[in-house]
Ligand binder design. Structure first.
Ligand code: KMH
Ligand code: ZN
Length: 270
């Protein structure tokens, strides 16, 4: 059966300690959370950096510390964010790529993001894609809406992105594509052949879309960045608790979990 890559999106840029008191914020807390998620079955962590006051930052030094704290504890793939937060400049967002992380996110277009706009000007995206290539960083293409997939396909055809690509289908952001099975099935039907993909369902969409993705042969992202609840009205204890639930369902669905090295092979990470 096809191995399942679980990604834990540990912190994000928007979630606050008011929303979840156990949100990992410091590099050390992120390292500890990553190790707990690895023990629960995650092969990858998606990380965002924060300042000591909890505000989001793309400071390279903080990312360097995060990667070191994770590496000191476990062998999961560390995927850094270049999405950052909505008010950051493109140059700011790109900073952690020069650390040559194994993987980084690359958003494929602009979208309303709650009450804000997540801007990804084509010129900035082209600069991101060039920089990823220069540093040998494998991109995960973030798809928040269907037009972004059309753009990704154009860029793959031009050679601005390498094939086969790996996609993250982010569904349920207010202002973007809905967190529904229909939306997931449509996007998957439009993916280029040979692509790999994962789904990040936001809020209440996390568990149903994760389960559907496992059935469809895709991979799964869970974690506090996308959802802090275990079920309606009940906070999850930890990121690892959300990973462990997916791992249990995966066992029932005959999707053995990929180790970090198996995930590297599946995703074409050198
Ligand atoms: N914080 C969002 C505006 C990513 O990590 O690449 C963008 C985001 C995507 O989180
Ligand atoms: Zn993110």
């Amino acid at each position: 059966m096809k191995k399942l890559i679980i990604t834990a999106a540990l912190t994000g840029a928007e979630v606050t300690r008011d929303q979840h008191p156990a949100l990992p914020v410091s590099p050390q807390e992120i390292g500890v959370a990553a190790a707990e998620c690895a023990a629960a079955g995650a092969a990858m962590v998606h990380v965002h950096a924060r300042n000591p006051d909890g505000s989001p930052t793309q400071d390279q030094e903080v990312y360097r510390q995060i990667i070191a704290e994770v590496r000191a504890r476990c062998d999961v793939i560390v995927q850094v964010s270049t999405g950052g937060a909505v008010d950051m400049t493109a140059q700011e967002r790109l900073a952690p790529v020069s650390l040559k992380p194994e993987m980084a996110t690359l958003s494929m277009g602009s979208v309303n993001f709650g009450d804000d706009v997540f801007m990804n000007h084509p010129d900035d995206m082209a600069e991101f894609a060039k920089t990823f290539k220069a540093y040998g960083v494998r991109p995960e293409l973030e798809i928040f809406d269907s037009g972004m997939l059309t753009t990704a396909k154009r860029w793959l055809a031009k050679g601005w992105l390498d094939s086969p690509a790996h996609f993250d289908l982010v569904l349920g952001v207010p202002g973007a594509m809905a967190g529904t099975p229909q939306a997931l099935m449509y996007l998957v039907s439009e993916l280029p052949a040979q692509s790999t993909w994962t789904v990040a369902g936001i809020g209440a969409a996390q568990l149903p879309l994760a389960t559907l993705a496992m059935l469809m042969g895709g991979h799964v992202r869970v974690g506090f960045e996308d959802n802090v609840f275990y079920r309606k009205g009940e906070l999850a204890n930890s990121n690892a608790q959300l990973v462990a639930r997916v791992a249990r369902i995966a066992a029932e669905l005959d999707r053995p979990l990929a180790t970090p090295d198996e995930a590297r092979a599946l995703l074409g990470i050198r």
